[in-house]
Design a protein around this ligand. Sequence first.
Ligand SMILES: Nc1ncnc2c1ncn2[C@@H]1O[C@H](COP(=O)(O)OP(=O)(O)OP(=O)(O)O)[C@@H](O)[C@H]1O
Length: 314
Amino acid sequence: MAHAFAIETEGLSKALGGRPIVREVGLAVPRGSVFGFLGPNGAGKTTVMRLLVGLLKPDAGNIRLLGSDLAENRKALMGRIGAFIETPGLYENLSGRENLKLACRLRGIDTADISRVLGIVAMEGAADRRVRSYSLGMKQRLALARALLGNPALLLLDEPTNGLDPEGIMAMRELIRDLPQRIDATVFLSSHLLGEVEEVVDSIALLREGKLIAQGKLSALGSTSARLKITVDRAPDALALLLAHGLRVEPGSAANDLCVTYDRYAENIDPAEINRRLVSAGIGVSALAQERLGLEHLYREVMGPRPAMEGEAA
Ligand SMILES: Nc1ncnc2c1ncn2[C@@H]1O[C@H](COP(=O)(O)OP(=O)(O)OP(=O)(O)O)[C@@H](O)[C@H]1O
């Protein structure tokens, strides 16, 4: 049956140790998307993942995966979902291939699928070595291969680049970016690092303190804020003039620069009109550039300032 969403939750809530950890989360993950589930450490991302694969039972709310209710169809659904949550959980004394064979046996998957998934994660060459000798990046790739066994329609990846070195992060990122072309699946991916997912996902949800605070297509979410950078010959006069017109304007990084920040959808800001106003007040305008503020800006706005590091001034 066709369904628009690979994951849909409604009022999903869970308390752990007497503390509410997941609070009325309503996720809507479009089918076929690469979806980034973002939030700072401790926001509750792993707990949501564990609820989605049935490792935890919700206190309240519903979960629909691939169009079916998880509580009613858990067994059938688990055969269509690949997941990699928290640690890779591999047998160190077995080779990569043996780990995959074992996973096939446990899940009733034909072992003929092993060469396909090894090919996707580019691990054919190392498949017969013991996992003990693998780098963390290789272990993560093998864990991804295991999640891909049986050609799942939904793939849940919890912080797949956690603990990897920059090279490992790059390799995993490229792998995830290419997944939609290689497999016909929805990919739901959690991370606490925005920069890490920004290039690979098409939609995101932001979680803070167990609550969903934004959700939608990256293009829509990331591009609503915009900035107009203006270079003038009399910055203080220009600043006063634009403030008097009710614009959100502040001095820019250089002495002759001003920055106007606005919402592209909510506010109708016309750069040509601003230029005319400045020029007719006798202010020379030498440059006027419009730039969209990326997801980084939204993330900071929604998530609040980055907490000060140890030894850093507050
Ligand atoms: N079994 C548990 N009992 C009590 N509290 C728990 C339990 N499991 C998790 N928590 C708490 O729930 C909160 C959310 O944890 P969770 O691991 O879901 O966050 P996260 O967003 O995945 O963070 P991280 O990126 O650090 O993994 C944390 O404050 C954690 O200490």
